[in-house]
Write a protein that binds this ligand. Structure first.
Ligand code: SF4
Length: 377
């Protein structure tokens, strides 16, 4: 199903992977478990011979979610709930829902009530990652998830099955990392839209199959070095709709680094296959970098973004703000101030799931990059 895709297929499927997932479940008889972002150790779900699918909203209209959530709930939370309530709910046999912010904490109960016939489990990521007890917490949570999935599936997880799943995930992250390196060093070889479509699809389809496509795509690339592209760093949680990447391509921007959950935060940290695998999965959790809902050292956000900007020798930062994301609303003012003091050009781009018109995004981004010409660019 996903083992011989070219870049064009990947871009198309990343927009709506669900028909292909439906076909795949019919062909294989396997069950699908959805999880919202972020940081669920999906290797564990995969090791139970289930298909873990990261839920990244829907582009179809909102019909039911508004009656379950207040208007000021973040647009990603609304979009994901709509995806399950109105469009793809029957595809999923269960959900593992991380509680990373107040919105997701309340949401998990709404999902539980809305889908009483399905398996619904919470994954409680520690909100204070710099506490010494946080590692122990993550390990306990992973073990709790293993036990919960075991009860639901009636299976016992073997070390070999978990190791095999971790190896597939490590391979996926490795190939995507190599593709990112190619994109950085050979701007013009892969567009922003294509690269982030590969990232997104990796989080939603069977990786054992999709890794074959990614390898073939990588091996078949003709390296180009377009000098007219401007290197930028993308900061935020996710960036949607995909047409935003089209806008970056149109403006001749090359994303050379990012902090997205469906970007570098997914790629980071291969899980060690030596020693205790649950310990290794917990270790990875702490190598992922800053994430808005996690209350870490308050300066870490700025320091990481600043380092990324200088390491990548980027010309500017684009911050993707998801409408009504409470965590971002909290972080953004401090980040903006610190970045301004540092003298780094930054543009905040406001996005909303279900957005239909992007002309305002294009116009504002165009104006920002025009204003940089003769300056930083
Ligand atoms: S972190 Fe932000 S985008 Fe994610 S669920 Fe919470 S409020 Fe929504």
């Amino acid at each position: 199903m996903w083992e011989s895709l070219n870049l064009k297929d990947v871009v198309t499927l990343a927009r709506d992977p669900y028909p292909s997932i439906r076909q795949w479940t019919r062909d294989t008889g396997k069950k699908v478990v959805g999880s919202t972002i972020a940081d669920v150790p999906q290797e564990v779900i995969h090791a139970y011979d289930l298909l873990p699918v990261t839920l990244l909203g829907t582009h179809k209209p909102l019909k039911k979610a508004a009656s379950h959530l207040p208007d000021n709930a973040c647009s990603l939370a609304r979009s994901n709930l709509e995806l399950a309530l109105s469009y793809e709910g029957d595809l999923f046999s269960g959900f593992v829902l991380p509680q990373v912010c107040d919105t997701t904490q309340h949401l998990s109960d709404i999902w539980r009530i809305s889908f009483p016939e399905k398996y619904v489990e919470s994954y409680l990521a520690p909100r204070q990652a710099d506490r010494p007890s946080a590692h122990y917490w993550v390990k306990e949570e992973i073990e709790r998830l293993i036990s919960s999935l075991g009860k639901w599936t009636g299976k016992t997880l073997s070390n070999d099955a978990l190791a095999a799943s971790i190896a597939i995930y490590n391979e996926n992250r490795k190939i995507l990392g190599e593709l990112y390196e190619i994109k950085r060093n050979n701007p013009g070889t892969i567009t922003n839209l294509e690269f982030f479509a590969m990232m997104k699809l990796s989080m939603q389809v069977d990786k054992a199959e999709f890794n074959k496509s990614l390898k073939a795509i990588k091996d078949g690339l003709k390296l180009e070095k377009s000098k007219s592209l401007t290197d930028i760093v993308l900061v935020g949680i996710t960036c949607d709709p995909p047409e935003v990447f089209d806008i970056f391509d149109e403006l001749k921007l090359n994303i050379v680094g990012d902090t997205l959950v469906d970007g570098t935060r997914y790629l980071r940290g291969a899980v060690s296959l030596d020693g205790n695998l649950v310990d290794a999965l917990a270790d990875r959790h702490f190598n992922l970098g800053f994430f808005s809902p996690i209350h870490d050292n308050v300066y870490k956000n700025f320091e990481e973004v600043k380092k990324l900007y200088y390491d990548m020798k980027a010309s500017a930062i684009i911050y993707v703000h998801i409408e009504f994301c409470e965590s971002q609303e909290y972080d953004l003012p401090d980040l903006k101030n610190a970045i301004k003091k540092e003298g780094i050009p930054m543009h905040v781009l406001d996005t909303e799931y279900q957005t239909v018109s992007l002309s305002h995004i294009l116009t504002r981004a165009q104006a920002f990059f025009e204003s940089l010409k003769g300056g930083a660019l």
